[in-house]
Every structure is written in structure tokens, then in C-alpha cells.
Design a protein around this ligand. Sequence first.
Ligand SMILES: Cc1cc2nc3c(=O)[nH]c(=O)nc-3n(C[C@H](O)[C@H](O)[C@H](O)COP(=O)(O)OP(=O)(O)OC[C@H]3O[C@@H](n4cnc5c(N)ncnc54)[C@H](O)[C@@H]3O)c2cc1C
Length: 481
Amino acid sequence: MSERAQHHQVLVLGAGIAGVAATHFLKENGVTDVVILEASHRIGGRINTVEFGKTSTGDKALVELGANWIHGRAHNPVYHRALESGLLEPLVLLDRMDGYYYTEEGRCLSKELGEKLWRQFNAFEKETGIYFDQNIETSSTMAEYFTERLNDFIAQFSADDRSDLQLMANTMLNYLSFHIGDNLKFISLQYDGSYEDIPGGEVKIPKGFLEVVKTFTTDFDTDTVKFGTTVTNIDWDQSKQGLHPVKVSCSLVGGEEKTYTCDHLIVTCSLGVLKKAVKDVTLFRPQLPVDKQKSISRLGFGKVNKIFLYYEKPFWKPGCASVKLAWSSKYSDVDEKKEWYKRIFSFDEVMDNPSVLVAWISTSAAHHMEQLPEAEVSKTCTAILRQFLNNPDVPEPTSISRSTWCCNPLTLGSYSYINMDSTPADFNTIADPLFSKDGKPIVQFAGEATHPRWNSTTHGALDSARREADRLTKFFTNQKV
Ligand SMILES: Cc1cc2nc3c(=O)[nH]c(=O)nc-3n(C[C@H](O)[C@H](O)[C@H](O)COP(=O)(O)OP(=O)(O)OC[C@H]3O[C@@H](n4cnc5c(N)ncnc54)[C@H](O)[C@@H]3O)c2cc1C
């Protein structure tokens, strides 16, 4: 061991909600020597509330580059944390029916027809559950399922309504791609029902999602999180040499290197980062067990982004809520590189930020968008708004801000999903700890992609943090007996 190695009982890789909450739960359980190694200079990971735009009183306003909504209330641990911390006053629920559908010719479509289709679309989405719940075998993708169900439904309407409904169906398929994280042709119908929807609607946190993460840091010391510390190597088989079980090598900002040792490590980096480690044979030495590597490689990791447009003088009527884009191209026909913008499904108003619109985009189109010059993205958004609103006077935004989750080396994508090659069991395999020869959990895994029912979400990440903190606390308790 290098003389400069610093030892801690527990190290945590990553200060996203899973890493920060796991540290807090351990401290709450009396495990005090816990340190987080975080490559960036902030907490939150894929929860990233930043200042952009201004409020109606001229103060700096907020936007969410990552997580936006608490998905459901009932037994959602993020909802309860936010509620107990007084972060949900007033209670703001999302209504996806708000707004209007517009066509490429600038025609505003019937709201009533849109609502009819949206209700049916939701019913179809709920019905996907039967394949998993009742173990009915299917090899269909979500794209095939929805195309067939929507076509059957739309066929019952008059010819005029049919063509409008088809256009609105394209918006809904683009929305669902964003929600699940990727092109629906990659997503398994068989296992869609393994994700547990929590009832209670979509809840917004008025002061920003990051406030929830901060509630877990109130018992942290100033150096509980080592920022600017990128973990480059995890030697997890040290014990046979009579050393501390895990040696963690890090590179610091400025190129300096630092080594830590610990008895237990909790890894919370994204599935995208784990995938790269497996592909490039990096990060873990020895490599992870083969079944874990296979699960990491198999599962899908999505591509989702947001584009925020700020206007010195907003051109829309406050309260218009949402301009939904009813593209005429069939969902399956879109060239996601050349026509990346056809995966934007709407431009929405942002709460308490009256001069900003947000565009939502997913699939490889979202990845492509990140790599374009900002001016091109801005121009394209303006052209779309002018076309769909049939208003050549829509101005260029004063400034834009966009997320870049796919190119960011600390995420390499947005959130996990079950693709055609994987099953929910892959989440459990990723979650399995690595044990020392004498049965100690020396490397544990938390984060959204380790949760088989709530993968992809902040509550999945939080629940996995509780799981791993409890696993370790139980281990320490048994040691003492
Ligand atoms: C655009 C978008 C919208 C979303 N919307 C919602 C939503 O509305 N509701 C919802 O519930 N969820 C949403 N999610 C998902 C949610 O944000 C994530 O599931 C959750 O935040 C993941 O938390 P985590 O702690 O598992 O991982 P992360 O937040 O990714 O944390 C991992 C941390 O590890 C760090 N790290 C990575 N590699 C290293 C390294 N080598 N060394 C040191 N540190 C490293 C990273 O910097 C990061 O801080 C959204 C995600 C995105 C991208």
C-alpha cells in the first residue's frame, strides 16, 4: 500500500442521491467513518437544478437539467422525504393533458380528440403489465405493441379524425420514448410490467429537486464528500495479501493521484459508467464476475435531454402550458441523426419561470443534439416553433441551456431500461455485492440501475441506498455479537 493511502471504514463512489443517502443512512445507524468520492464539483448527479431564466419578480429562476418530477406519492420514499422536509408547499401536480397539439402546417388540432386518444394511450400503457404479471410470453417490442393498438383504436374514427389522431399518436410515441428513455423498438413489452408505477401523480418540487438531496447532507462534515476526485481503479481482492480489502485509486483535478483504502465500498455510478468499465476492461481489478458483466452489458441505458429556451420578451400567452408537436412522419420512419428534431415532442412552459420554454428530446436524436453547435439547436427550435405555430414572428431565444447526459463521462446516458436482451433479474445481478473469501460484503452496488421495480427513478436510487446501508449495518451488528 502506498504511504499516502488514506483509510476509511466505508467509501462511497458518487454523490448522486444514492451515494449521499447511503452515507446519511449509515451515519444515522452509527457508522461514522464514511467518505464519498465524487468526480464532479457538486452533489446530485442526475439531479441537477440550475439557475436559468427569471421569475415574475425578476429574481433568478430555476430549471431541472435532470430529474423533474417525483413519480407517484403513496409509498414513494422521495415523496415522503420531500414532504417531511417541507419541500412540497404548494403541492404541484403535472397535468399532461394541458396544452394543444399543432401540425407541421400550423394547424391546432381538436383538444377533445387529443384527450380521447391520450386516455386510450394511457389505458394501453397500463395493459402492457399483463405480459409480465401473467407471464404471457411475447417477443414484441413496445413500438410494435403501441403501433398495433393505436391503429386499431384510430380505425374506428371518421377519415378526417383518423389522420389527425395518427399525428397525435406520433407525439405520444415520442413522449413515451422520453419517459422510458429510448426508441420503443429497443424496449421489451414482456417486462414493461416489472416496473411498479406508484399512484399519486407527478409531483414537482417548487424549490428544485436538488433540495431533496441536500436534506441528506445535514449531518455531513465539510470533508465527507471529496469533490473533484475521479475513481480510476478499484482493487477489490486485496485481503489475501493481508491488506485492507479494497484499494481505490483516484485522479484529482490538476492530474494529482490519490489512493484510498477501505473495508467496504459502495459503488453508485450510473449504468453508463459501468458499461464503459466492462467494455474497456477498466475500473475494477480483478474484473467483475462474468454474470455481473453480462447484466451490465445487456441492460439498456437511455438517451434523454432537455433544451431550455430563454426569451427576453416571451411571445406566448402565459398559461398556454404546452405546444405539442404532431409530426407527420411515422414514428418508425424518423432518421434520428438527420431529423433529430423530430424526436422533440413538445415545448412546455416551466413553473415559476415565465420567460423559459423547455423542449424534451430522447433516443439517439438526443445524443446527436448534444454534439451540435448551440446556435444550430437554437435556430432549429425557432424554425419548429414558427412552423407549428404558423407564426413567422416567433423570435430567436435570447439564450439557451441544454443537458448533455449522453456525452457527460460521469453519466454516459440518462436512465436504465429493459431492452429486448435483458430481464428484471439483471438489476438484481448488478446489485449483488462482491464478498471477500471470508464472506464480508466488500464492494456493494446502489443506484437506480440496481432496483428491479423502480429502476430509472430517483426513488429507485434512494431505496437502493437504504438497502445497501441496511445490509452493511446488519453486517456490522452481526460482527459485534
Ligand atoms: C433528463 C433526465 C430526467 C429525469 N427525470 C426524472 C424524473 O422526473 N423523476 C425521477 O424520479 N427520475 C428522473 N430521472 C432519473 C434520475 O435522475 C436518476 O434515476 C437518479 O438521479 C440516479 O441517481 P443515482 O444516485 O443512482 O446516480 P447518479 O445521479 O448518476 O450519481 C452517480 C454519481 O457518481 C459520480 N461518478 C460517476 N463516475 C465516477 C467516478 N469514476 N468517480 C467518482 N465519481 C463518479 C457522478 O458524478 C454522480 O454524481 C431523470 C434523469 C434524467 C437524465
